[in-house]
Write a protein of this length. Structure first.
Ligand code: DSN
Length: 440
């Protein structure tokens, strides 16, 4: 077994029992290894996180909470859940943590049930401006059972904060609508969030302040973005984005009574048995995030985002709001060509080995399945060790592919072939963590 990689070992083992599934996973491993991952909400979890999620901890029902379970045999599950909670509290500097939500949307559901009654009004940023579907989209629980009112961004090219949160407008809408809750924290917002300002507004109208930091959790944990504590009454996040843990959710608060309600609304409110293997992997991820290397990683994530934004600006693309303070940026493709859509750009780039997602830009005239923009983020590429020079190269590759695509199909095919092989060579110099770990 010596010198085999961990990836190979696991896949060989799965193949002995199920070659069909093993070959699908092997193809995905190959795709991740040889493409550049720029989806802002994705990352490459460490081998320890991935392996923890694959342990025998999956075999147990542990409905309830540590010390108060509905099943026997939970001794070790109690310990790991308590450890995950304690590490989350230390990481984010808060008093209470619930590590059971299966996802960010389920964390948000449990919090909505804890801070509002059905039919209550809340404020949030609309999905098309960078919000999240669980912040009031009409087809989501949040828009079906509650009454969302959305606050606007600044839309004024001459304003220094064009396309950024308009805090005066947030206050105005809050005064007019007297919401039960105000949500901040977004899926496609490249600037720093002023949590203290949001709290002032929430206090003025007697609303609960809820911060959904799913995208920036890793930055917050590392002190690279200001913390929502002590300002927010309640904070939700996913654990798999910039935080680089397993796929899941997390809820935190400093308020004892609110914490009791949240615990009840996670279980039995919206969930049954917790995913104990994932909670085990969350404990590992939070432990990793408490180490000094994690801070250096997050600092590089932000530097890389700035470098990529600058490279794209140099090639004639517009970055909405004029730049980025965090791990992501929104690229306005129409600055390059009115004919360029997010849908085409995503498809063309994927063909060349650059994985992105189309995204609406503020005030986008195109529908969500077409869009005028791309959302790009740097957590995953930074995990594989890319720094500013690689970001310059990625900016140039993006421009080569999109410029060729605008010329025509044969130009696109030829350029994509060249770019794909250059990317493959670069990726081989920066292997992913799980693909390099050797078994002893
Ligand atoms: N779908 C996630 C994202 O890509 O931002 C948010 O949940």
């Amino acid at each position: 077994m010596a010198h085999d990689t961990l990836d190979r070992l696991i896949l060989d083992h799965i193949a002995r029992s199920d070659p069909e599934v093993a070959s699908i996973v092997a193809a995905e491993a190959e795709r991740q290894e040889h493409t550049i991952e720029l989806i802002a909400s994705e990352n490459h979890a460490s081998p320890a996180v991935m392996l923890a999620a694959g342990t025998c901890m999956t075999n147990k029902y542990a409905e309830g909470y540590p010390g108060r379970r509905y099943y026997g045999g939970c001794e070790h599950h109690d310990k790991v859940e308590q450890l995950a909670r304690d590490r989350a509290k230390e990481l984010f500097g808060c008093k209470f943590a619930n590590v059971q939500p299966h996802s960010g949307a389920q964390a948000n559901t449990a919090v909505f049930m804890s801070i509002m009654q059905p039919g209550d009004t809340f404020l949030s940023l609309v999905l098309k401006d960078g919000g999240h579907l669980s912040h009031g989209m009409n087809l989501n629980f949040s828009g079906i059972f509650y009454k969302p009112v959305h606050y606007p961004l600044h839309y004024d090219k001459d304003h220094p904060e064009h396309e950024q949160i308009d805090y005066d407008a947030v206050r105005q809408v809050a005064l007019e609508t007297k919401p039960k809750a105000i949500l901040c924290g977004y899926s496609a917002y490249p600037r720093v969030i002023d949590f203290a300002r949001f709290r002032q507004i929430a206090d003025e109208v007697g609303a609960v302040l809820m911060a959904d930091i799913a995208h920036i959790a890793g930055l917050v944990a590392a002190g690279v973005h200001p913390s929502p504590f002590p300002h927010a009454h309640v904070v939700t996040t996913t654990t798999h984005k910039s935080l680089r843990g397993p796929r899941g959710g997390l809820i935190m608060t400093n308020e004892e009574e609110l914490n009791k309600l949240i615990n009840r609304n996670v279980f039995p409110g919206v969930q049954g048995g917790p995913l104990m293997h994932i909670i085990t992997a969350k404990a590992v991820a939070f432990g990793e995030a408490l180490r000094p290397e994690f801070q250096a990683y997050q600092q590089q994530v932000v530097k890389n985002a700035r470098a990529l934004a600058a490279a794209l600006q140099k090639h004639g693309y517009r970055i909405t709001s004029g730049g980025t303070d965090n791990h992501l940026m929104l690229v306005d493709l129409t600055a390059k060509s009115d004919d360029l859509t997010g849908k085409d750009a995503e498809k063309w780039l994927e063909g060349a080995g650059i994985i992105t997602n189309k995204n609406g830009i503020p005030d986008d005239p195109r529908p969500p399945m077409i869009t005028s923009g791309l959302r790009l983020g740097t957590p995953a590429t930074t995990t594989r060790g890319f720094t500013e020079p690689e970001m310059e190269r990625i900016g140039a590759w993006i421009d080569r592919v999109l410029s060729a695509g605008l010329k025509g199909e044969s130009e696109l095919a030829a350029e994509s072939d060249k770019v794909r092989s250059e990317i493959r060579a670069l990726c081989e110099r920066f292997p992913l963590p799980h693909a390099t770990l050797e078994t002893a």
